[in-house]
Design a protein. Structure first.
Ligand SMILES: Cc1ncc(C[n+]2csc(CCOP(=O)(O)OP(=O)(O)O)c2C)c(N)n1
Ligand code: SF4
Ligand SMILES: [Mg+2]
Lengths: 626, 363
């Protein structure tokens, strides 16, 4: 920082081990950007972290209203962070709507930094406040830091000759500067970021930099902020790290899989929240041989992907629940053609349009069964934002090894949430080399497109262009081996079973159990993004003396071979899900275990407190002999 | 914001597809005939189209393993099974979408889409118009029998109003599509119509279609003797045909009828109409211009064909040059690879993964 202009006040620095900050403002206030930047600075300090962006589906809901509130929560610590935090320690409220929408989440005694300039009569009325809560004593139970953020920003920028409106736009940078001071975050990254972003607009760049520095200086010189905080880096394995969101990691995983297989990646996609960012990212990966086709609808998108797979590429399609519904028939065709295909579903609240920007895990049964006929498809789900990278590579591996469509189930929380990611070395990534069917020797018997590899039951991948392998295939049932049309009853029975056996036989690692005491009665098992809350909830329960085991399913079809054994080892099985019990249904049906669901569909991830309370209640029931 | 695309020059439809060399044995119709037993009803117009295609493919001189036929669902969509090339019999209406992905990924393939009036215009209408506007390098054969054959005789989007079928016992109330008008409205660069029973005309249209780079839509009037028999009989009876069929030749005055006595002229209101040439005067007869970038007159020609088939233009309505979608998409990818000085290396991937903001933890 250029601190020659200010006289540093003697402020105290306190060490804390973790903090949860929520930035909240109007959709137009730039809260997502503010959160992203604060996160980047925090990541570069080596804290572990997790983030939860939360924004309305409308691009610009009416200004200053409750539906227009956008927020970004960040949890960072000097230790392993598993969730974006149950409740904020600090709420930055940029206007009355942001305060009103978020106050109920803020435990009493915590801090509110509030932009008093926006607490005008008009803005207060918009959200139903008759008097300003900052002045009428209703915030007594919290520590309120009133800051006239807007006017301070305008004041700081007066020499730039911008309109008042333009100056006000930089108030998020002022807030960011203030918070960076408060938590002793470095600032170089943000300065660099602004320089790249506004490199071609020098006035805007200068204004944003000045607002950012003014925010920092304000913290340093204002008596209201006597204390600033430091959070030491979290211990982490040696290596190079970056912060990454789930959608970015997933896109990178697909690129890496293409690179490691030597095959081109062809994405067919139709924009839909919260999956569109994968399309955006992959459209910029042309130098990696990635082709993107923005199709006219989801059916065309998966059609193009399947056509590309038929041609010997890695066909990928990305969507969310409503789009997956449209793709069902083509997934069925891919099952029948036995061609590789990766279908990414970034789940959101449903049914129908549902909650486009909120998270949910309610497409599991659609992924498993949402097709006509016996149509088994492997299902894989990442457990955290960074894990989207490995899960995407695994989805490609299964697709090209077994010649099958694979469903990769991410969700809105993973897609937009972020965490530090230890960069893998490229050489350590799986080798995904595959062979196409070779050109036959002259005089060889006719090509049999449905002969199977005895180990994997996969059929040959024979893209057009190889002389001697000309063959016709389609969605009509095919004769075992020859692939010719067959309506024979016994053949159909055999083919249905063969396709099922192929999926059932996919090699997936055994289910690992975390049971530190070794004598737990309760097993908590989850899938997808509930990994973090379950791990954090179990950690809390264990601290309270409860012996609990946890396990996480990355592969949902097929399940790991030892799943039944694991489930049967425990007296009670608890399955937290952001749906009404879809994994519960599968596990109960397949393994006849009396699994209990813990279910919520609020568009938000579980808090660790909710999970630990559910664990405690189940453990208590056992103790009491239920 | 837009950018200059640096359009690749417009090539022939078969550029990029490997051709036979002088050493290769000559291909014949037999090479393109598969072992599969043909299962259309006796007398189905599809037989004639198959025979024409099997006879014509060897003439192209391209390698058989680089020919792919993608179809949807319908009687017509069984077509790929009978050609000894690569073939993909897909799902109802989706062939253009699948073929778009295939041909974009594989510039060395000659890709055909085989579809019916229901497959292309009902369930697959969206994919068809988007393939046409993008100008994907595909030859699309639309078998129009004005009925759903495979599902045993319901009316289709090209059935004439009032048509009595199984699902319209007191007559269809739908207004039909004119596939040629639809294709012209969808920005197609090549649009033609031909007839199953006219082998010579069919072959000459197919030839032009394959040589066209971009989407070539060929509507083929096809008789379904089982569910819509005689739908085009008026075009097959010598005298009737003479009065109704208008054969379009690029650069020629549009004449038909006995001794070419009839012609297409511009009416006072700017539309087209049929007139006696003696009365109208030969210089007033419209000269067909398939290459006119403005499709207005080509569209007006397509409107001469009403559901009663009173005047049916046959031949190539439109053939204009526009870069193909798949060429443009590939040019962007190869351009990026070239700018990178070749395919991405491990280091390129590592740099991508690392991004701009990294930090290091030392053990
Ligand atoms: C999704 C779906 N809906 C309906 C069908 C039933 N179906 C098969 S073919 C067809 C109509 C075919 O008509 P057309 O495209 O004109 O082909 P034709 O049989 O006349 O050659 C229908 C409705 C299907 N196979 N798939
Ligand atoms: S039903 Fe009609 S279109 Fe289908 S095969 Fe028979 S004759 Fe041909
Ligand atoms: Mg038909």
């Amino acid at each position: 920082m250029d601190d020659t202009a200010v006289v540093p006040a003697p402020s105290r620095v306190e060490q804390i081990d973790s903090v949860v900050i929520r930035f909240a403002g109007d959709s137009g206030d730039g809260m997502q950007l503010t959160g992203d930047r604060f996160t980047a600075e925090t990541a570069s300090l080596g804290n572990d972290l997790a983030t939860l962006p939360n924004f309305p589906a409308e691009i610009r809901a009416p200004q200053g209203t409750l539906p227009g509130v956008s927020s970004f929560q960040l949890h960072f610590a000097d230790h392993d962070v598993l969730t974006p935090g149950d409740a904020p320690d600090v709420l930055v409220a940029m206007n009355p709507a942001a305060l009103k929408a978020n106050l109920s989440d803020l435990p009493r005694g915590k801090t509110i930094i509030v932009n008093t300039d926006e607490f005008t009569k008009r803005n207060l009325t918009k959200v139903g406040y008759t008097a300003s809560p900052v002045e009428d004593g209703s915030l007594e139970s919290w520590q309120v830091q009133p800051v006239p953020l807007t006017s301070l920003t305008v004041e700081a920028l007066k020499e730039f000759g911008l309109s008042r409106k333009d100056s006000e736009r930089s108030k998020n940078m002022f807030a960011l500067g203030l918070l960076c001071w408060l938590y002793n975050r470095p600032t170089e990254g943000t300065e660099r970021f602004l320089k790249t972003k506004f490199g071609r607009k020098p006035e805007i760049l200068a204004a944003n930099l000045a607002a950012f520095k003014a925010g920092w200086a304000f913290g340093e010189t204002t008596e209201g902020f006597a204390v600033s905080y430091e959070i030491a880096p979290a211990p982490a394995p040696a290596g190079t790290y970056r912060n990454v969101t789930g959608n970015t990691a997933l896109a990178y995983g697909l690129v890496a899989a293409g690179h490691r297989s030597g095959l081109p990646v062809v994405l067919g996609s139709y924009p839909i929240t919260p999956a569109s960012d994968i399309l955006h990212a992959l459209s910029g990966m042309k130098k990696f041989g990635v082709t993107t086709i923005q199709a006219e609808d989801e059916i065309s998108a998966i059609g193009a992907a399947l056509g590309a797979s038929y041609g010997g590429a890695i066909g990928v399609t990305t969507t969310s629940g409503p789009g997956l519904a449209l793709k069902s028939e083509t997934i069925g065709l891919a099952v029948s053609l036995e061609l590789p295909l990766v279908i990414v579903d970034v789940q959101r609240g449903g049914p129908s349009t549902g909650l486009p920007t909120k998270t949910e895990q309610s497409d599991l049964l659609q992924a498993m069964y949402g097709r006509n006929g016996e149509s088994p498809v492997p299902v894989i789900s990442p457990r955290s934002p960074a894990d989207c990278f490995d899960a995407a590579i695994e989805a490609v591996r299964v697709a090209i090894t077994y010649r099958t469509p694979v469903l990769l189930l991410s969700d809105g929380y993973l897609a937009n949430g972020s965490e530090p990611w230890q960069l893998p070395s490229v050489a350590s990534l799986p080798d995904l080399h595959v062979d196409f069917a070779p050109e036959p020797e002259p005089g060889a018997p006719a090509f049999r497109p449905y002969d199977r590899d005895p180990a994997t039951l996969a059929r040959p991948w024979a893209p057009p262009g190889t002389a001697g392998l000309e063959h016709r295939i389609g969605g009509i049932e095919k004769a075992d081996g020859t692939g010719e049309i067959s309506y024979d009853p016994d053949n159909h029975d055999k083919m249905v079973r063969l396709r099922q056996a192929k999926i059932d036989g996919i090699d997936v690692p055994d289910l690992a159990v975390d049971d530190p005491h070794g004598d737990a009665d309760v097993l908590v098992i989850g899938w997808g993004s509930t990994f973090g809350p379950i791990a954090a909830g179990a950690r809390d329960a264990r601290k309270a003396g409860i012996h609990v085991a946890t396990a996480h399913l990355r592969h949902l079809n097929p399940f790991p071979a030892n799943t039944g054994d694991v489930l049967k080892r425990y007296r009670r099985v608890l399955i937290p899900e952001m749906n009404l019990g879809q994994l519960s249904l599968l596990l109960r049906g397949k393994y006849l275990v009396d699994a209990r669901g813990y279910n919520q569909v609020r568009g938000l991830p579980f808090s660790s407190a909710e999970i630990s309370a559910a664990i405690t209640s189940l453990a208590t029931q056992i103790e009491e002999g239920y | 914001m837009t950018t200059e695309l640096g359009m690749p020059s417009v090539l022939s439809g078969l550029v990029g597809v490997p051709h036979l060399t002088a050493d290769d044995p000559k291909q014949t119709r037999k090479n393109f005939t598969s072992d599969a037993e043909v299962r259309w009803c006796p007398g189905c117009g599809d037989y004639a189209i198959l025979a024409a295609v099997q006879g014509f493919l060897p003439e192209l001189g391209i390698r058989r393993e680089n020919v792919v036929c993608v179809s949807g669902i319908g009687c017509s969509s069984r077509f790929p099974y009978y050609l000894d090339t690569y073939g993909l019999h897909s799902i109802h209406g989706r062939a253009p979408a699948i073929a778009t992905g295939l041909v974009t990924a594989r510039p060395d393939l000659n890709v055909w889409v085989i579809t019916g009036d229901g497959d292309a215009l009902s369930i697959g209408g969206n994919h068809l118009i988007h393939a046409l506007r993008r100008n994907v390098n595909l030859t699309i054969l639309l078998f129009n029998n004005r009925i759903y054959g495979l599902t045993k005789g319901q009316y289709s989007p090209t059935s004439e109003p009032g048509k009595i079928t199984k699902s319209t016992p007191v007559g269809s109330v739908d207004t039909p599509f004119n596939p040629v008008s639809l294709a012209l409205g969808a920005e197609a660069t090549f649009v033609a119509r031909t007839l199953d029973s006219d082998r010579k005309h069919l072959t000459s249209v197919l030839k032009q279609a394959v040589e066209h780079r971009g989407s070539a839509l060929v509507e083929i009037y096809q008789n379904c003797p089982i569910f819509n028999d005689g739908a085009f009989d008026v075009l097959k009876d010598r005298d009737e045909a003479q009065a109704r069929l208008i054969r379009l030749e690029h650069g020629e005055p549009i004449r038909f009828g006995v001794d070419g006595s009839q012609g297409v002229v511009r009416a006072a209101d700017g539309t087209l109409e049929v007139a006696d040439i003696d009365a109208a005067g030969l210089p007033n007869v419209l000269v067909h211009d398939a290459g006119n970038p403005n499709p207005a007159t080509q569209f007006a020609l397509s409107r001469l064909d009403d559901p009663t088939l009173s005047h049916v233009p046959l031949g190539v309505f439109r053939k204009v040059a526009r870069p193909a979608y798949d060429d443009l998409v590939r040019a962007q990818v190869t351009g990026a690879v070239e700018a990178n000085n070749g395919p991405a290396t491990d280091d390129d991937l590592a740099a991508l993964l690392a991004g701009k903001d990294t930090w290091t933890v030392t053990g």
